[in-house]
Design a protein around this ligand. Structure first.
Ligand code: FES
Length: 100
């Protein structure tokens, strides 16, 4: 199988670690939260207020707000837009993310 980095001739900086609900996830510099979660096999990280339905990336460009989660204690961050930094603590989110 061809390595996508070879296809793009990409030379990414070394990976670093963030956490998702306390579990270590590897990320590359410049990766968004959503990209790192997808790479880790996580496709859903929020549930809706009313019926608790699973949500993840829908538009991927910051428009739909389906991908909300909590980053370093701040709820309602768009996973498709937020770039990761080493040590970031990501949490899945229920409803509004304010415990209501
Ligand atoms: S996936 Fe639509 S805002 Fe993030």
């Amino acid at each position: 199988m061809t390595d996508p980095f070879d296809l793009a001739r990409a030379r990414p900086e070394p990976a670093f670690t963030v956490t998702l609900d306390g579990r270590d996830i590897e990320a590359l510099p410049g990766q968004t939260v959503a990209a790192a979660l997808w790479t880790a096999g996580v496709t859903s990280w929020r549930t809706t207020r009313g019926e608790g339905r699973p949500r993840g990336v829908f538009c991927g460009i910051g428009v739909c707000f389906d991908c909300l989660l909590t980053v370093n204690g701040r709820p309602n961050q768009r996973a498709c837009l937020v770039p990761l930094r080493p040590g970031d603590a990501i949490r899945t989110q229920e409803g509004t993310g304010h415990g209501d």
